[in-house]
Design a binder for this molecule. Structure first.
Ligand code: C5P
Length: 351
């Protein structure tokens, strides 16, 4: 599985603009084909120390000089022990033996292998030499055992690579709370009132904050979006649930982005049974929901960023909300503008 996750890491690196040369050991080829990596990297994958096409037999050394960093993913117990002890018997270990560029190992293995004294010793040796070795994660392993041995999350590996290149992480270790999506306010056991919010804004903020090194908690109403990996995700349905989730997550936060489209009202009497159809008009009595954004300023020292989705009188309304809800910033966008507002993948805002 970790070999497949390497594909995701390659894809993310390419998205960041990196030029990636893939090398694979013979064991890696037993798990995944080199064609996959060739397609994703757009380059030939190197697997042989002495390929038939070799001109000088020293191409790997020439290539090693052109690299800016080396990432070993997944790093097995085998490669950690070999590299720590200077063994160079295939294309990967030989290249590593001649490289002094920044090197990052992302281990994945059976938990007993990770706890094996030989592996522990190898990790110590490699760390002493200045290599970065990420700690594997705890969880269910391929052997169905629980333990320390799962590959670190791909986005965490990308963050570690950014650090390797001294790419600044302006939100490093900052605690960030983000609300996203609509809320659903039940009327009866099968119906609810909601709005057209897709959650895209809050999820995009969560992804970006995480990629800048932030520790992100995303509190989201129901959406069709996949939760970005590497962040804490809390699912809620109604405004009251979101209120409770926000207040129990608020502690120690540095930034709070309130991007959710919280329903302003909820049904006063929620029918336990499905309301029956009739030919009469019906009235649903609505009561105001708590204003979550307004309720947090006294409970936190975080910078608070609210959103104002308007259809008219935008700037005036946004300024009013900025003051009433005691935000540090308010982001104004228009619901009826093309390429902005609900369910759009782009937005145009006034800060
Ligand atoms: O008043 P309005 O709904 O336009 O305010 C929008 C801002 O307030 C958004 O940041 C939204 O997430 C937040 N909000 C809230 N709780 C509510 C209503 C809005 O947190 N009940």
């Amino acid at each position: 599985i970790a070999c497949y996750k390497a594909c995701e890491i390659l894809r993310l690196l390419r998205k960041d603009g990196a030029n990636v040369q893939v090398m694979m050991s013979q064991s890696a080829l037993k798990f995944i084909s080199k064609t996959t990596f060739a397609a994703l990297s757009g380059q030939e994958v190197l697997v042989d120390l002495f390929p038939n096409s070799s001109k000088s037999g020293l191409e790997h050394i020439e290539l090693a000089n052109t690299l800016d960093a080396i990432i070993i993913v997944p790093a097995t117990a085998n490669i950690l022990c070999k590299v720590a002890n200077g063994i160079a018997d295939d294309i990967v270990t030989t290249t590593l033996s001649v490289c002094d560029q920044p090197t990052l190992f992302a281990p994945a293995m059976n938990f007993r292998m990770w706890e094996n004294p030989a592996t522990i010793n190898a990790v110590d040796i490699l760390r002493d030499k200045g290599n970065i070795i990420l700690d594997p994660h705890e969880g269910l392993l391929a052997s169905l055992h629980e333990g320390n041995g799962r590959l670190a999350d791909p986005r965490q590996i990308i963050l570690a690579i950014h650090e390797l290149f001294n790419i600044p992480l302006p939100l490093k270790n900052k605690k960030i709370l983000i609300t996203a999506g609509p809320t659903q306010e039940p009327i009866d056991s099968v119906r609810f009132i909601s709005n057209y919010s897709s959650g895209k804004m809050g999820y995009a903020l969560a992804k970006k904050a995480h990629s800048m090194g932030g520790l992100v908690t995303l509190i989201s109403g129901p959406t069709y979006l996949n939760s970005p990996s590497g962040i804490e995700h809390i699912s809620i349905n109604s405004a009251k649930e979101m209120y409770r989730a926000v207040h129990s997550s608020i502690k120690d936060k540095d930034f709070i982005f309130m991007a959710a489209a919280v329903a302003d009202y909820s049904s006063k009497n929620i029918s336990k049974q499905k309301l029956k159809r009739s030919n009469q008009n019906i009235t649903i009595e609505l009561t105001p929901n708590p204003d979550i954004l307004k309720s947090i300023s006294k409970k936190t020292t975080a910078k608070i960023i609210g959103f104002a989705l308007e259809t008219n009188n935008g700037e005036k309304e946004a300024l009013r909300k900025l003051n009433e809800k005691k935000c540090d910033y308010i982001i104004l966008n228009y619901a009826d503008e093309k390429g902005a507002g609900f369910n759009s993948s782009t937005n145009r805002v006034t800060k």
